[in-house]
Design a protein around this ligand. Structure first.
Ligand code: ZN
Length: 151
């Protein structure tokens, strides 16, 4: 996991300063809702962060338009990385909350060009609770989804 942790208050965070042009960045793309720039800690050449321009901490705070824009920008920069760096694969990584691995508390995702045996590992402790438990989890989520306001 990345070691840098930004603890700045909202509105003064490092990505808000970057969006405002107050700190230097290697920006490669921006539109009305998103900005894409090189991660200072390149896992592999071409490692890009896609962030919302508006300060939102997690996925849960994004508007539907921001959600769509972030993924469209991620696809564009992934296509550019494919052409520019010819990776063996591409990983999108998006973390929410400290427990989720988030270290800068302004929404962003990582677009990571990947190569065979590049040293990046994601621990994935797979569990198989069985169909009865799966259905109980599904019921909880269906109930929560049904209670959501439609956008
Ligand atoms: Zn911010």
């Amino acid at each position: 996991m990345p070691m840098f942790v930004d603890t700045s208050p909202p509105g003064q965070c490092i990505f808000c300063k970057l969006v405002a042009g107050e700190i230097p960045a290697a920006t490669i793309y921006e539109d009305a809702l998103t900005i894409a720039f090189m991660d200072i800690g390149q896992v592999n050449p071409g490692h890009v962060l896609v962030a919302t321009k508006r300060h939102a901490v997690t996925l849960l705070e994004l508007t539907p338009a921001e959600c769509a824009a972030v993924m469209q920008t991620a696809q564009r920069v992934a296509q550019a990385a494919e052409q520019a760096f010819g990776p063996d694969g591409i990983t999108l990584f998006q973390a929410n909350g400290a427990a989720g691995g988030q270290t800068v508390f302004h929404f962003h995702l990582h677009m990571l060009p990947r190569h065979v045996d590049d040293g990046m590992h994601l621990t994935w402790p797979r569990k198989e609770p069985g169909m009865a438990v799966l259905q109980a989890y599904a019921d909880k989520l269906r109930t929560a989804l049904a209670a959501q306001k439609t956008n």
